[in-house]
Design a protein around this ligand. Sequence first.
Ligand code: KIV
Ligand code: ZN
Length: 560
Amino acid sequence: MSRFDHTQYRPFVPPVTLPDRRWPEQRITQAPRWCAVDLRDGNQALVEPMTVEQKRRLFMLLLEVGFQEIEVGFPAASQPDFAFVRWIIEQGVIPDGVAIQALTQARKPLIERTFEALHGVPRAIVHLYNSTSKVQREQVFVRSRAEVIALAVAGAEEVRAQAEKYPDTEWTFQYSPESFSATEPEFAVAICEAVMAVWQPTPKRPMIINLPATVEMATPNVYADQVEWFCRTIARREALVISLHTHNDRGTAIAAAELGLMAGADRIEGTLLGNGERTGNMDILTLAMNLYSQGIDPRLDLSDMARIVRTVEEVTAIPLHPRHPWAGELVYTAFSGSHQDAIRKCLAARRPEEPWEVAYLPINPEDIGRSYQEVIRINSQSGKGGVSYLLERDHGLMLPRWMQIEFAQVVQRWAERGAVEVTSDRIWQLFQEHYIEGAGAYRILRYQIDRNPQAADQLVVELQRDQEVITLCGSGQGVLEALVKGIEQGLGVRVEITNYHEQAMQGTTDADAVAYLQLRCAGHLYSGVALHRDSVSAMLEALLVAFSRIGGEVELRHAS
Ligand code: KIV
Ligand code: ZN
């Protein structure tokens, strides 16, 4: 029998009932206080924890991005973390206004060692935690509620006593009831208030209470209810900074953090791109970009996304998924034809002074250093819009609709055959093969047109085909009709022009004019394109290219 048996699990019972919840009506209108925990929680989750040099690189990146609170390690538990904390303090690389944060368990020797590590720092946050959930109390630590509160209080007293020994540092105290989201809400409030009684926070000197979803247990609305209930219940809310620390076990850490902000929290802990225990910590980069894309200043500078991604990938040795929100390699790329068409139209209609509104592109990729080059890429799912967009972008050609449809099929057949992406270079090669290169079959040596407003235009054109020189003469309303007649009389082939379009080029190539032409011969359609300095030559050449493509299908009777 399969072990995949859901009956062994129970639903998570929402621990608070909050029928008058207010968070669903709230909107996030400003960025929270951010605290990056990449160097602590993120680092603890790596197969190979970061070296001091890698930590230094990541620390510098976090500073450049603009974090003002950075958890730099768990110095009492790890010698490399201790060394790193000493290094950044002794090197004086912590800018004014930035507070480093160090995590400690609620045990006297660990707290002492944490303060030793922080010695000499101008500002710091000491982050005290202990586990509070029922399963941790009863099965892991085998402690009663009172004993768990006593542990937290003793830890808080030790933190206060140690801080008094280092009066030159501006200390902030933070307490986390670890596994908050699985803790009975009344107990979470009781233990936090017991710690508050020791630290005596005031609105001027607030303490931070961090509410971890250490393991994500439920849908994010349940966490939001817990946060709102906590904020409404805890004493002296005005003397507290409520911080959220969500993990991503169910894949909704970001949603939980967002709803938690709506529920009244002030601060968010997380990591860039979401590295962290198991499925990761809350991804700060995504949350910040979510705000940015809604017109809210995230107060983090994410404009050099490539550098952020590269650094995080290198120090964590974890490659970023190409579809990672906002930062992945493919997230500004459309392969689907209808998406490409919509993007092309919106970009063409866009007025730079107006708010961004482009279908399928929630932000302008240029904001984060990405280019429009990558927006439209072609595979067998793509349609005429994308193919035409690339020809226009890279070669200045604006194909008429009939040719867009025709050429998209050529590209699609090619993509299907190879089951691969079709690059812009390949598209250009296919375009030349199909529409331009046939020109070699008939080279125009010279031509003469007699224009007569009262009668038909007379055309004499001398062509070379292989070693042979052919002269065609024809008359008609306009040059094209005259050449059609010339072909009929001189080569014995009846052709009819079914589509014609001319484009003036704007300085992108040597040519000034492009002619796109389609003709019908013996029930089949043939197309040609010619780029030329003057529009008459382009016209004639386009007709001759299309005509050349008839090839062996029609027996050409050369004039003797
Ligand atoms: O996930 C967690 O609960 C933690 C705490 C130490 C804050 O990382
Ligand atoms: Zn954590």
